[in-house]
Design a binder for this molecule. Structure first.
Ligand code: TMP
Length: 212
């Protein structure tokens, strides 16, 4: 079977990482080879870039530097880890990918989407997810969840609720524009209900590959 590439997206605290773990354990139980990875990160070099990106110490980072670091991490991750895994027939589950750049740097920071698509294409070499799951929650829910988890806020999470409202809206627009590639899911539903939706969608892809 050929490999697949699924990405999990949404504002911080939307539940994407929980859903990614749920999907991985479902697939592993079915005996399917899975690779769980994340952006920024996933390789030694990209994890180092991640530290720079999220460190609250780097509050003076300009938007251009931020964008290029996300893309630098992605370029390494795609070539060193994601493509080789897909080629081996693995199902790759990635916590964030290109939609995060469009939502955060585009809708959040105000950069041109057209420009972002171009530079992102350079970073990915044209690799596209088979499906992007976008978990939609209001920014108040996201803030409450992060407080409940007692999570220390990273550099981006220190932005105000306006920033997260713009990103949420951005993700919804991205999903609307690309209904084939993105699945928008109400992230305030029960964890089990959401994981069923995700698992069914992934299975549809796997089954269609078996038929080919
Ligand atoms: P995480 O907390 O989900 O691991 O993501 C780290 C932060 O990086 C999160 O606030 C979202 C942000 N981000 C971007 O702004 N652009 C990107 O392209 C990616 C991948 C993440």
């Amino acid at each position: 079977m050929r490999g697949f590439f699924f990405t999990f997206e949404g504002i911080d605290g939307c539940g994407k990482s929980t859903q990614l773990k749920e999907a991985a354990s479902h697939l592993e139980k079915d005996g399917i080879p899975v690779l769980v990875t994340r952006e920024p990160g996933g390789t030694q070099i990209a994890e180092k870039i991640r530290e720079i990106l999220i460190s609250p110490e780097n509050s003076e980072m300009v938007n251009e530097c931020e964008l290029l670091l996300y893309l630098a991490a992605r370029a390494q991750h795609v070539r060193e880890k994601i493509i080789p895994a897909i080629k081996k027939g693995v199902v790759v589950l990635c916590d964030r990918f290109q939609e995060a750049t469009f939502a955060y740097q585009g809708f959040g920071r105000g950069m041109s989407l057209e420009f972002l698509q171009k530079v992102n294409g350079f970073a990915t070499g044209g690799l596209m997810p088979d499906c992007t799951f976008i978990f939609d929650v209001p920014s108040e829910v996201s803030c409450r969840r992060m407080e409940m988890m007692g999570k220390k806020r990273d550099r981006l999470e220190q932005n105000g609720s306006d920033f997260f409202d713009r990103i949420r809206k951005g993700y919804r627009i991205l999903a609307e524009k690309d209904p084939e590639g993105c699945l928008l899911i109400d992230g305030s539903r029960e964890i089990g209900e959401i994981s069923e939706i995700v698992y069914k969608k992934i299975n549809k892809f796997l089954k269609s590959a078996l038929l080919k």
